[in-house]
Design a protein around this ligand. Structure first.
Ligand SMILES: Cc1cc2nc3c(=O)[nH]c(=O)nc-3n(C[C@H](O)[C@H](O)[C@H](O)COP(=O)(O)OP(=O)(O)OC[C@H]3O[C@@H](n4cnc5c(N)ncnc54)[C@H](O)[C@@H]3O)c2cc1C
Ligand code: FES
Length: 351
């Protein structure tokens, strides 16, 4: 266990010392983190001594039980005294110890707002063995690092990703507009805990919104191969019908897999924060089996994940078998918001 001591008073007083995470990173501590906004839970920390002021966060990032167990989120906690803390999972700490593999773009296919990107590994596939549901970080020259989940199964010489085009988003906008077959960049990973556990029994229910479909397709495709006796349900929600993608593949998959039940949910009801929860609940209520011995996987925006996780818990799912992949947004520094022209000027095409 690595214990970090943040001594509030040893340093000359600076006007804003910031969160525990900011203070640790400033001191060069390789603290695990991702969203920096209380959504992903990567910076979960045990408070050993001292006290902190905590800001609100999502329950999926830190549950009530965890709070009572003296756990905090480093990105949402400001020390008010000297503190001693330790992060939870040392395996995640040093991201640089993960494999960084060069890849070459094979195809970029647009389906509405989604880019389906296929890259070939420029290394032996054994260098990038991942568990279904995991993600890698994209390291594109001149751009901030962003995580994207594999939609393909492990062991292949290619990886597939589904990337939603966010207007003015640093990385997704670049991928949608400028990435072409033959371009090269690197992926680092794999990472993530919301992966398929083939040893688990009972039905498997996967609930996706938007490109949350990507990791769940990887999970479903792998489960079909590794545990063909399990009942599989995939619920895929989009706000509007025109945003649905990957439909042909889903139809083909369902047609060829009797154990797989695919439900498409469309709801144009605002607000996004309650995205489809009623329609998803309806689908879940219509299942012919109970969720009590089911493994449930949820992927999409943090608010969608949080609200659906609450629903499945209420419907009897075991908390330990609910695994969620919240596509939280990375914190963007003000000075990163440079003009597109300036950004493009920095990009190195490595074709
Ligand atoms: C574990 C994990 C797995 C993920 N997997 C996937 C996946 O498979 N597919 C997928 O599509 N996404 C996935 N994501 C999300 C992905 O990593 C990126 O967050 C997403 O693509 C947006 O990145 P970007 O650089 O394009 O946008 P950013 O530059 O991060 O901006 C995102 C949006 O916020 C707006 N914005 C940002 N900062 C500001 C600001 N200061 N003021 C106003 N507006 C602002 C931008 O205009 C844009 O619309 C995943 C996230 C996580 C954490
Ligand atoms: S980095 Fe703290 S919750 Fe994501």
């Amino acid at each position: 266990m690595t214990i970090i001591k943040i001594n509030q008073w040893a340093e000359p007083l600076i006007h804003h010392k910031g969160t525990l995470l900011e203070q640790a990173l400033r001191r060069g501590v390789p603290y695990p983190h991702q969203c920096r906004s209380g959504e992903c839970g990567q910076c979960k920390t045990r408070l050993i001594s001292g006290s902190v002021r905590q800001m609100p966060c999502l329950d999926i990032a830190l549950s009530d039980n965890e709070r009572q167990d003296n756990l905090i989120l480093a990105c949402r906690s400001t020390p008010v005294t000297d503190v001693e803390v330790s992060w939870l999972d040392e395996a995640d700490v040093d991201e640089t110890s993960a494999a960084e593999i060069p890849v070459e773009v094979r195809s970029v296919k647009r389906e509405g707002r989604v880019c389906r990107l296929v890259v070939a590994l420029l290394a032996d596939p054994s260098a990038m063995v991942f568990k279904p549901g995991q993600y890698v970080n994209f390291v594109l020259p001149g751009l901030p690092v962003r995580p994207y989940s594999m939609a393909s199964v492990s062991g292949s010489a290619t990886l597939e990703f589904h990337i939603e085009h966010q207007d003015n988003g640093f990385v997704s906008d670049y991928i949608a507009r400028y990435l072409h077959a033959g371009d090269r960049f690197s992926v680092r990973g794999p990472f993530g805990d919301a992966y398929l556990r083939p040893e688990e029994k009972g039905p498997l229910v996967a609930i996706a919104a938007g490109t949350g479909l990507a990791p769940l397709v990887s999970i479903i495709r792998s489960a079909i191969i590794t545990t063909p006796e399990r009942r599989l349900t995939l619920i895929y929600a989009e706000r509007e019908k025109r945003h649905q993608y990957y439909l042909e593949e889903l139809q083909r998959l369902a047609a060829n897999t009797p154990i797989l039940n695919v439900q498409l949910v469309v709801s144009a009801d605002p607000p996004l924060s309650t995205l489809h929860n009623d329609s998803i609940t309806q689908c879940l209520n219509q299942l012919s089996y109970s969720l009590q011995d089911a493994s449930v996987y949820i992927a999409g925006s943090p608010v969608m994940v949080e609200s659906v996780a609450k629903t499945v818990k209420l419907l009897g799912a075991d908390q330990h078998r609910i695994r969620a992949d919240a596509f939280s947004r990375a914190a963007v520094q003000g000075d990163q918001r440079v003009s597109l022209v300036a950004r493009l000027g920095r990009l190195l095409r490595t074709r």
